[in-house]
Ligand binder design. Structure first.
Ligand SMILES: *Cc1c(COP(=O)(O)O)cnc(C)c1O
Length: 381
C-alpha cells in the first residue's frame, strides 16, 4: 500500500544528516530538533501552537484532557473512522456518540450531528477521512450555536486545504478549537517510528496541554493536574523536519496518482471514484481539499471481497478501511444506537476498497492495478 523504502532512498541525503545531528548532540528527549520541527510545522500550517507528542491517539486524548471534558460529557464523532477516534473518548469515560457519514464524501454528516446534539453534548470530533477536509464551516457554525468544542482528527489530512464559504483557505487542523495528528510511518507526513502532535490557536489551551504532556507539570516537580508522559523523540523530530519541506510535493504526487486512477475508473458504471468537497473529485488545479491518505473506491453491485481476493492473488496490495462500523464493534456497541441511523456506514463497509496510494507510484504500476481491477469487474458482471 505504501513504498517507504523508495521514498527514503530519495531523501536519504537530508534525513541521515538530520538524524546524525541528534546522535552527535545526544539530546534525545526535548532536544533542539523537536523545537525546530515544532516551529516549522506551526509556520507550514499557519497555526499558533504545535505541541508534539508520542502518537496520534495520545494527541486526541490529550486534546480532550486539555479541554477539561468530564465523565458523562457527550462527544459526537463519525461511525466510519479508525477506532482510535472513539477509543480515547471511551477511555476518558466520556460518552461517545457515533453518527453516520455522508455517502459522497464519507465524512461526518452534518444533519446527523444536528440530530445527535443533546444538553450533554460538549464536543464534536470531525475526521478528515482519507485526506478529504470535512465540512468545517458547517461544523464550526453548529459548535458556536450550541457552545461546543471542535476537535479535528487530522491524522489522515495533513497538508489539506479547507476552502471556506468566502473562498479563503485554512489548512485542516488549524480550524477547530484544537486538532490532533499522527506521524505514523504510512501517514502523509510520517516519521520512522511513532509520533503525533496537537495543534491549537488558543494560547491558554496550548499552555494547559504543554503541562499535560509532561506529567501535569507547569513548574519543575509541581504537578497541578493529572497528566501523561507523551513525547516526540528527537530522532523522529529530525526525520519529520527533513521531510516537512517535501510534504506539498508528496501530497501532489498522491493527487497525481489519484488523477490517473480517476481517469481509468471515472466512467465505469459500477465504480464511484472519490469525491472532493466540490465537484472537483479532489484533484482540480485550484484546491487541495483532498490529500489522498487513501484512494478509496465505492463499488456498486461488485463482489468486493472477491475483488480483494483477486488482487491479493495478483500481488496487488489493497485494503478495506473500514470493514466494521464502530457502533457494531464489541467495545463500542450500545443499545442507544439504532441501525436505521447508520444506513450509509452500514453500506460503505461492504462496498469500499482502497488501492495502493503513496508518493512513489509510477504509471506502469497504476496501469497494472487499474487494468486488473477493471478486467475483474467486467469479467464478473
Ligand atoms: C492513524 C490514525 C489515528 C491514530 O494515530 P496513531 O499515531 O497510530 O496513534 C487516529 N485517527 C485516525 C483517523 C487515524 O487514521
Amino acid at each position: 500500500m505504501v513504498d517507504l523504502q523508495g521514498q527514503y532512498a530519495k531523501i536519504k541525503d537530508v534525513v541521515d544528516p538530520s538524524i546524525e545531528e541528534v546522535m552527535n548532540s545526544a539530546s534525545f528527549i526535548n532536544g533542539p530538533k523537536v523545537h525546530q520541527f515544532q516551529k516549522n510545522l506551526e509556520n507550514y500550517l499557519g497555526v499558533k501552537h504545535v505541541i508534539p507528542c508520542a502518537n496520534g491517539t495520545d494527541a486526541l486524548q490529550i486534546a480532550m484532557m486539555g479541554l477539561g471534558l468530564k465523565p458523562g460529557d457527550e462527544v459526537i464523532t463519525a461511525d466510519f473512522t479508525f477506532a482510535a477516534t472513539v477509543e480515547v473518548i471511551a477511555l476518558l469515560q466520556l460518552t461517545p456518540v457515533l453518527v453516520d457519514v455522508d455517502p459522497v464524501t464519507f465524512n461526518i454528516d452534518i444533519d446527523a450531528i444536528k440530530k445527535a446534539i443533546t444538553p450533554k453534548t460538549r464536543a464534536i470530533v470531525p475526521v478528515h477521512l482519507f485526506g478529504l477536509a470535512a465540512e468545517m464551516d458547517a461544523i464550526m457554525d453548529l459548535a458556536k450555536e450550541h457552545n461546543l468544542y471542535v476537535i479535528e482528527d487530522n491524522a489522515q489530512g495533513i497538508g489539506a486545504d479547507y476552502t471556506h464559504q468566502d473562498d479563503s483557505k485554512t489548512k485542516t487542523g488549524a480550524i477547530g478549537h484544537v486538532a490532533s495528528t499522527s506521524f505514523f510511518p504510512s501517514k502523509n507526513l510520517g516519521c520512522y517510528g511513532d509520533g503525533g502532535a496537537i495543534f491549537t490557536n488558543d494560547d491558554d489551551l496550548a499552555h494547559t496541554i504543554r503541562g499535560i504532556v509532561n506529567h501535569g507539570m507547569y513548574e519543575r516537580y509541581h504537578h497541578d493536574v493529572v497528566g501523561v508522559n507523551s513525547r516526540l523523540d528527537s530522532i523522529q523530530a529530525a526525520v519529520l523536519d527533513a521531510k516537512l519541506p517535501h510534504l506539498d510535493d508528496y501530497n501532489k504526487a498522491r493527487q497525481n496518482a489519484a488523477r490517473k486512477y480517476n481517469e481509468a475508473f471515472g466512467d465505469h458504471p459500477k465504480i464511484i471514484i472519490p469525491s472532493g468537497r466540490t465537484q472537483c473529485n479532489g484533484i482540480c488545479e485550484t484546491c487541495d481539499c483532498h490529500v489522498f491518505h487513501q484512494y478509496t473506491l465505492n463499488l456498486k453491485e461488485v463482489d468486493r471481497d472477491a475483488l480483494v481476493a483477486h488482487l491479493q492473488e495478483k500481488n496487488i496490495p489493497c485494503g478495506v478501511y473500514y470493514p466494521i462500523p464502530l457502533h457494531r464493534q464489541k467495545a463500542y456497541a450500545d443499545e442507544r444506537y439504532n441501525e436505521a441511523d447508520f444506513t450509509v456506514t452500514n453500506s460503505l463497509v461492504k462496498s469500499v476498497i482502497s488501492l495502493p496510494m503513496h508518493t512513489e507510484l509510477d504509471n506502469e504500476q497504476i496501469e497494472f492495478i487499474t487494468s486488473t481491477v477493471l478486467s475483474f469487474i467486467d469479467r464478473n458482471s
